[in-house]
Design a protein around this ligand. Sequence first.
Ligand SMILES: Nc1ncnc2c1ncn2[C@@H]1O[C@H](COP(=O)(O)OP(=O)(O)OP(=O)(O)O)[C@@H](O)[C@H]1O
Ligand SMILES: [Mg+2]
Length: 360
Amino acid sequence: MKQLDYQHIWNALPFPTFIIDINTIIIDGNSAAEQMVHTSQNQMRGKLVSNFFGSNSVILETIKQAKDQNSSLTQYDVALTSADRITISCNLHINFLDNDNGSLLIIIQPTSGAQKMSQSVTHSTSARSVTAMASMLAHEIRNPLAGISGAAQLLAMNANSDDIELAEMIGQESNRIGTLVDRFESFSDVRLASHHAFNIHDILDRAIRSSSVGFGASAEYIKEYDPSLPDASGDEDQMLQVFQNILKNASESIGSVRGQIKIRTSYKSGVKFSVLGNKIETLPLQIEIIDNGKGISPNIIDEIFEPFVSSKVNGTGLGLSLVSKIVTGHGGLVECASDEKGASFIVRLPVWKLSSKESK
Ligand SMILES: Nc1ncnc2c1ncn2[C@@H]1O[C@H](COP(=O)(O)OP(=O)(O)OP(=O)(O)O)[C@@H](O)[C@H]1O
Ligand SMILES: [Mg+2]
């Protein structure tokens, strides 16, 4: 077999990638890195990272954290400014290449396109306006709706067989509106999440059970749990809702064919999340829900966590918006990705000890 040309692979990587030594001196950068810092590979070798990103850069801060904890880490959704003052939003991956001499691989992954993360900042603004409207609607609709279904039941008692059918239809459709109002109300429910330690696998099992006897009865559920996963913290009922909504979407995407939904949990020690100016959260609990359905439509993937974004005839588009609201309310984040093999959702959460300490 022809030997692999690693230089070619290195330069074909789509994300700016650097190798640096322990003193943050650049050993190498790929073609994407060249374009990012407008400097040739030869020119950047031997220069300090701070020459290209400034001495207060989030890159240096993240490298320091990785060194301090002596482990690879990923910092999500950071705003990275290069020396020419262009700021991009990206995920920063810092990996140790060789612990003996402390050289590091830095991958700068811009956050757009294929991978979408729930933006807690933008989301909370739109969620607030929807929340107010949702509670107003739920309140205003419920009373007349009760009157309509009561009247339909009275009509059905005295009607002939043709009219009974119509009266029943009124009843059924009123129930449908009632369910919709319930969903609106759950969206507007702004009660603070109660804070308990809970086992994420118990919640996942409950969500899978209700999915497998209901909307997702035809799917095959494959569990890949890490049994040593520590407890999460927060409101179990809300978290159950999160996984039910994600599982419902997955089963709707695979349809009536016997598709597969994989539920995988793992502990990722290097995952940090920060929105500029906010404190850094450690989010080591990772829950992935991967389906082999038709995948997420590229038209909506960028807005998928916004309220009312739906590709379904009867969809409210509130499912994932609620997921994002609950997960960010628990100090976590949710991401999605999609390709021709299907869609995947990753929920990342803090562990119980850390979050309970922070909530004091
Ligand atoms: N697993 C998935 N595979 C493919 N598309 C998905 C998946 N999950 C979500 N989507 C897309 O995201 C959209 C928004 O999902 P969301 O749950 O917010 O609303 P919905 O499912 O359309 O409506 P509702 O949840 O009220 O039934 C969906 O309409 C669908 O197009
Ligand atoms: Mg949904």
